[in-house]
Design a protein around this ligand. Sequence first.
Ligand code: 4IA
Length: 408
Amino acid sequence: MQETHMSATTQAAPAGVPSLDVDPFSTEFFDDMHAAHEVLREAGPVVWLAKWGVYGVARYAEVHGVLHDPLTFCSGRGVGLSDFAKEKPWRPQSIILEADPPAHTRTRAVLNQVLSASAMKPLRAHFTALAETKVDELLARGSFDAIADLAEAYPLSVFPDALGLKQEGREHLLPYASLVFNAFGPPNQLRQEAIERSAPHQAYVAEQCQRENLAPGGFGTCIHARADAGEITHEEAPLLVRSLLSAGLDTTVYGIGAAVYCLARFPEQLAKLRSDPTLARNAFEEAVRFESPVQTFFRTTTREVELGGHAIGEGEKVLMFLGAANRDPRRWEYADRYDITRRTSGHVGYGSGIHMCVGQLVARLEGEVMMAAIARKVGSIEITGPVKRRYNNTLRGLDSLPISISAA
Ligand code: 4IA
């Protein structure tokens, strides 16, 4: 743990920047997040988060602005609180997420190809069939937990196979991802406990990234083939496979969980979806805007820069509140309404700019086919027990969502 982040006293705000003592990585914040987001947005275009000594942006315009100036607001010093120029990363640095142009451009091009629209075509029929089978099975059960039995079960049934992972050891996948997303946060209990328990999960992931452990035809083997083609080195290939293992599963679990939670809370939107199943893809996209499964990310300034009317020095961390931007009333009409017919384009739930989610087509495919299966087969959804939140420094979602569903 770093002394600078462990001080009990808060850090003084630069002159003129509104200073807030809210801790965006606390359970109190997670429990009442929308109220806290409004405080952050209304305090000013840029705020100072005294607890961690970082700047924050919660309005759409500034979040978008930071995302679209990657040379000033860099990723190479980490997109968590930890500044890699000052602290050693907890794992070898990601060569795509935690990289800047020109290095980023080369690795990004590889994953763009591996996860392109044409790469989705052979997956669609299979992903659709498994979504339909899953919904049929859940209709037969009637009552179940929408997180474990649907939001986790469905991506686990399609994504590890699409990557080409062997069966053994897959129980490490969700704990590893949870660790990765907690590790972007400050050195609080969530982060420290996750890292303390990380060794077996890290060992599993490192092993699965090796070429001999990946099945032919999967995303993993595709990445290694790009090394044969000379686009990346044979040392880089396993690290890009690791990026898919880090970012490709839990994110869709939380996205599908968000979408089902929306349909359960807003029955008139389920009715609309049932009457027009072609809305499935937008219903999922709107759930990503509305819940923003990936809530926050940092950038680090590479020079002195003006942001929201304030001069910010070099080497400062800036926390972007994607979830707050996605509900900024300056940008969105009826921002707090889940509306599956809304024009969702421009939301920052997948980020924006050069780092915007490279796996977005896989995520949308999973989300769309699950929403379409629900649209065609499910008549009603009812929440039948206590909804429990799951706490993570970066991801927003539920631990438990007991529901019952009836057939259309
Ligand atoms: C990586 C932002 C999140 C979805 C993400 C997490 C990890 C990695 C990339 C993206 O390990 O490269």
